[in-house]
Design a protein around this ligand. Structure first.
Ligand code: PLP
Length: 452
C-alpha cells in the first residue's frame, strides 16, 4: 500500500529495482542494499558474468564452486531444454524415470571402491542430512543402535540443516541455535595452524597427528557410542583449509579400527575441483559414505546426493520386500531437469578431458597465488588443487572489512572473488586459461594495494 507499482523488470536493467523485499542468504543485507554497484548479475557465459551495468566480470569462484565447466555450457543447456520437452517432473517415490537410474550408475562408477549406491537430494545441506541419517540408521539396523554420536570438525561447513550445523564448526552458524543442536555431537580440532603451516604449497607437511585426536574422543565417549566422523577433505567454506599430508589416511585408520563410519562431505571437492572425480581419489582415502552436490551438474539445476558403500546399502535391504527400507526422501529427489543436466555434465567432463585440464591449471594457480607473498597484511596463502585462499590481518576492531574492500576493488577491476572473514578465496572454472588465472591474481594484487 502506498508504494508505486513496480514496472515489469527487464533482468538486464536495475532501473526501478526495489531491493528491500529480498532477504538475501549469507549476505550483509543492509551493506549490500547501499553498495550494490557491480553486484547485480544479469547474464553469464563461460567464465564470465555480465552485471546490469554491463560490466564483464571474470568468475573466480565458478559461481559458488559449482559452475566449473563454465556458465551456460551449450551441451548442458541443450540437455535440459530437451528434457523439458519430454518429462517435466516424475515422482521418485514408488515410481522412477530412466535417466535417474542411468545417472546413479554413472556416479557410482566414478566413485572410489565399493561406494556404489546413490541417493539423490537437492542440495549440499540435504545431502549431509541424508548421509547422517543413513549412518545412524545403518548402525541401528545392525543392532548397534547405541552408536548415536557423530563427530564433526572445527571450521567444518556442512550446510545449514540442524544436523549440518551441529557437526559443523563455524561459530556464526551455530551460536543462535545452541540449545537445538543434535545431542552427543563432538568435534575434532581443525587443521589450520598458521605458525606451523602458513604459506604451505598444497598440503602442509605438518599436522597429520591432529587426526589422533579422534582416539582421544574414542577414549572419552567409547567407540561403541560413535556412529560416524564427517569431514570435508578440503574445507572450502572456511577459506580453503587444506588437509595436512597423511591426515585423512590417519582418520581412515582410526575409524576402521573402531567400526566408525567415515563420511567425506565432497560438496565442493566432488566432480573436478581436485582434478579427480572426488577428493577421495586425489588423497587416496576411501570413505564409507560420500556427499556431493554443486559441480555434479555444473550448478544448472539444484542437485545433491549421497553415495554409500555397498555394505551399507545391503544392510538396509532386509525385512519384508514390500516394505520401504529407508523412510527418507525429497519431492525433488532426482528431478528430471537436474538429472538431465548431470548426465550432460558427466559427458562434458569425459569428452573435454576436464580432470586433466584441472591438473594442468593447478601449478599455474599455485605459482600465481603464492607470488602474492610479501604484499601488505597477508598472513597466509594456501592452495589445494584448483582452490586457493589468501588470509589477511583484520583491520583493528573491524573484522572482515579488509576482505570486503579487496573484494570490491577486484570487482571494479572485473574479477569476482569470494570473501569470508578476512580471507579471499578462489576456485576458478576448469575451463579457464592459464592467462586468465594469472590475470585474476594480478587483479588481486592490484586490489590488495588499492584497498590499503
Ligand atoms: N557441505 C559442504 C562441504 C559445502 O561446501 C556446502 C556449501 O557450500 C554444503 C554442504 C551446503 O550445500 P548447499 O548450500 O547446497 O546446501
Amino acid at each position: 500500500m502506498g508504494q508505486p507499482q513496480q514496472n515489469l523488470l527487464d533482468p538486464h536493467s536495475e532501473k526501478d529495482l526495489n531491493l528491500e523485499a529480498l532477504w538475501m542468504p549469507f549476505t550483509h543485507n543492509r551493506y549490500f542494499k547501499q553498495n550494490h554497484a557491480r553486484r547485480i548479475i544479469a547474464s553469464a557465459e563461460g567464465s564470465y558474468f555480465t552485471t546490469t551495468e554491463g560490466n564483464r566480470i571474470y568468475d573466480a569462484l565458478s559461481g559458488l564452486w559449482c559452475c566449473g565447466l563454465g556458465h551456460r555450457h551449450p551441451r548442458i543447456v541443450a540437455a535440459v531444454k530437451k528434457q523439458l520437452d519430454t518429462l517435466d517432473y516424475a515422482t521418485a517415490f514408488q515410481m522412477g524415470h530412466a535417466p535417474a537410474f542411468r545417472l546413479a550408475e554413472r556416479i557410482a562408477a566414478a566413485a572410489p571402491g565399493d561406494l556404489n549406491h546413490v541417493f539423490f537430494a537437492n542440495s549440499g545441506s540435504e545431502a549431509v542430512e541424508t548421509a547422517m541419517k543413513i549412518a545412524l540408521a545403518y548402525h541401528r539396523i545392525r543392532g548397534e543402535g547405541q552408536r548415536t554420536r557423530i563427530i564433526g570438525r572445527e571450521k567444518g561447513y556442512h550446510g545449514v540443516g540442524f544436523g549440518g550445523i551441529s557437526v559443523g564448526g563455524m561459530v556464526a552458524n551455530r551460536k543462535m541455535y545452541a540449545a537445538s543442536m543434535l545431542p552427543g555431537v563432538d568435534h575434532l580440532p581443525h587443521t589450520q595452524n598458521l605458525k606451523e603451516m602458513a604459506f604451505s604449497r598444497g598440503s602442509p607437511t605438518w599436522g597429520a597427528h591432529l587426526a589422533d585426536d579422534l582416539e582421544r574422543l574414542v577414549a572419552l565417549h567409547d567407540a561403541s557410542t560413535i556412529a560416524a566422523v564427517i569431514v570435508e577433505p578440503m574445507q572450502g567454506s572456511a577459506g580453503v583449509v587444506v588437509p595436512p599430508v597423511g591426515y585423512l589416511k590417519r582418520l581412515r585408520e582410526i575409524c576402521s579400527k573402531h567400526g566408525i563410519l567415515l563420511i567425506f562431505d565432497e560438496v565442493i571437492c566432488g566432480f573436478g575441483r581436485m582434478g579427480t572425480p572426488f577428493a577421495a581419489q586425489h588423497f587416496d582415502v576411501t570413505p564409507d559414505i560420500l556427499t556431493f552436490a554443486k559441480a555434479v551438474n555444473n550448478g544448472l539445476v539444484p542437485l545433491g546426493g549421497v553415495i554409500a558403500h555397498k555394505d551399507i546399502y545391503n544392510a538396509f535391504m532386509t525385512g519384508p520386500e514390500h516394505m520401504v527400507e529407508f523412510f527418507h526422501g525429497y519431492t525433488y529427489s532426482g528431478h528430471p531437469l537436474a538429472v538431465a543436466a548431470a548426465l550432460a555434465t558427466q559427458d562434458v567432463i569425459a569428452d573435454e578431458n576436464i580432470y586433466a585440464r584441472v591438473n594442468e591449471l593447478v601449478p599455474v594457480l599455485e605459482d600465481a597465488i603464492h607470488s602474492l607473498r610479501g604484499e601488505a597484511n597477508i598472513i597466509d596463502i594456501r592452495n589445494s588443487q584448483l582452490a586457493a585462499a589468501v588470509e589477511f590481518t583484520p583491520i583493528d576492531g573491524k573484522p572482515g572489512l579488509r576482505a570486503i574492500r579487496i573484494f570490491e576493488e577486484a570487482l571494479k577491476r572485473g574479477v569476482m572473488f569470494r570473501f569470508t572473514g578476512d580471507i579471499i578465496a578462489t576456485g576458478p572454472t576448469y575451463i579457464s586459461t592459464p592467462d586468465e588465472i594469472r590475470n585474476m591474481v594480478a587483479v588481486l594484487r592490484e586490489s590488495i594495494r588499492a584497498a590499503g
